[in-house]
Write a protein that binds this ligand. Sequence first.
Ligand code: NAD
Length: 501
Amino acid sequence: MNTLSNATVLVVGAGIMGAGIAQVAAQAGHRVLLFDLRDGAAVEARRKLAATLDGLVTKGKLAADVAQGALARIEPIAALAEAAGAGLVVEAIVERLDAKRSLFRELEGIVDARAVLATNTSSISVTAIANGLTHPERLVGMHFFNPVPLMKLVEVVSGLATAPAVAEAIFELSRAWGKVPVHAKSTPGFIVNRIARPYYAEALALLLEQAAEPQVLDACLKGAGFRMGPCELMDLIGHDTNFSVTSSVYEANFFDKRYAPSLLQRELVDGGLLGRKSGRGFYRYPDGAPALPVAVHGAPDTAHAVAVHGDGPVADWLEQAAGAALAAQGWGPARERGSGWVGLSVDGARLVLTDGRPAYRLAADLGTPDVAVFDRPLGRAPGGALAYAVAEGASDLWRAQAPAWLAALGVAPLPLADTPGLIVARTVAMLINEAADAVLQGVCTPDGADAAMKLGVNYPAGPFEWLAGWDVPGVVAVLQALDAVYRGERYRVSPWLARRT
Ligand code: NAD
């Protein structure tokens, strides 16, 4: 395979993505030909790119001569026939299989037989796009993220016919363009759009059963280190776009219930509540999420016996945080490692780290009514929001004391309905499960999944990094607890995890 480092690049489609790809390729030193079916669109895109590059120069992010050089290398063309010399085609046209197929068939008659054909499709099978080509082995997915100049990730997607050398050449080229490429197999949603589904789906499921307000779910996931909560993120993406991605992954998986969209999404779309762009989604704009109710928690009542139960990082954190909370009284918590649960006992009451079991179930299993569960304190920021739920039969005293203890431990407790795995443990367990299935199916490697989720959707860590800080039995326990309550296919455990328990 010829190296693509000096190739003339033909970008087809001069919309949001095509313009970004043209900019990145030109800045990397390529001659770029830009074509769009709509008259004048390529010229207009170049004019906008000139303004973008000028802006970068004004901000001191790009030298003037570098910007001028990049712009000079971008040439709008009026007909595809002018691109005979292109060594690489990157297609970023409308997201329709028939349009992409016929474009590539036409291009095969124009460009050299050795030219590489890349598609920026975000949801169509690369295998299907290549079907009917004379040389399907040279077609590969080169999936950029929006905005292209800023987002580092490129999913290099191989279809059934893609030659490994072609995928490798695009991988290397993406690197040369300053991107972080990750190999992916052509399956619905590729890596990011597939693994990210539960981030929205679990929040939507909790909203549907009125477990919490959107701003509470958002605050809890931000408390776990996510840059945006799922509800504000869906409002930003647009519920129409997000619903359509969800629906296409669902359909492409032969209506596997695991990927079923939410009724709530459809209601929002049907009602035109598309999020920021329509002025209203979960929140009203420009205001955004309403402020959380202010809850003031006094210091917990003096207890006779406080003990930290269990092992692992959360138990260690509890020991240190409860120690700090009790220091003023001149004593610290006892440590009981063999209890079979992680958390705090305060006299007869229990504050338990969720293992998936709802508080009512834990109360029955532990034989005491005064039980509260708290969420997994992932990427714990001091004062960050943390969900908790109190068992239905708990005393009024423990209802007040459980959040007072959480506040004393240094987190901002937010009440949720008594659901399995609350919000963070539930969401993260599902993200890990989806990533595990993707690896099982050879879609990507664990490292690829981690890089893709951190760079493609800005997750604070990758699913396998979360798994390393948790443990397989713990993740499986949360999934099984969810399955025990909801049944159906959604929470089935990936065989990749099951065989590691
Ligand atoms: P867009 O609507 O902004 O641009 C598409 C451009 O392609 C338009 O200018 C249109 O005139 C042109 N076009 C349509 N059919 C054509 C054809 N047959 N030949 C030449 N030009 C044609 O769309 P976009 O957001 O830039 O998306 C383009 C592709 O990139 C799609 O496949 C999309 O799924 C994918 N993608 C989009 C994003 C995103 O966030 N927008 C992210 C990743 C991938």
